[in-house]
Design a binder for this molecule. Sequence first.
Ligand code: DX5
Ligand code: ZN
Length: 214
Amino acid sequence: MKKVIVSPSILSADFANLERDIELIQEGGADWVHVDVMDGHFVPNITIGVPVVKAIKPVSKIPLDVHLMIENPQNYIDDFVEAGADIITIHYEAAKDMTEDILTHIKSHGILAGLSIKPATPACEILKYLLTADMVLVMTVEPGFGGQAFMKDCSGKIPVIRQNAPENLIIQVDGGINKETGKICTELGANSLVAGSYIYKSDDIKAAIASLKE
Ligand code: DX5
Ligand code: ZN
């Protein structure tokens, strides 16, 4: 079985204790730290930006997986790279015709480039980018907030993408992921899981992370 990359979302962490909460997931076996950047335009919520990525970079021993839920992502790539992002994922709905160029630009910095789709966007719209993207992020909730229920219908996109992808494409799923919904996704061909509330609200973070790798 393929190894699952677990990327806990710090959206569900205690923002007054981010260093402690990043250490908790690192010690718990997390592979990446998922950073949800929201601008109040692309999604109806505002979260964190470049200064926070810069601040957590020195305290994180594992890669920073930066999920940009923002309009005009092309204007902010260099800032996030400089702040220390190791993976940058943009939204297809925000990038549109510029998708190929932005992915190529992210990769030119020597980091991984991800492409995400919202629940309403069919997988067929992004198949032409699978040779450029290092990762596709399938959203299984409407982006904007943690703690929402998993939309099972969206998981049907995973095998469509997997069947059309080069072997090394990472397929990540984000939204309402727990032990059960994570298993649905990995069985369909996903190999990276983002989870916020499931991990941070758990009494045993190590066990919660391990359960996503089973
Ligand atoms: C939602 C974010 C997610 C969110 C996941 O817009 O992209 O990363 O934090 O939270 P849970 O795991 O609680 O659904
Ligand atoms: Zn996310």
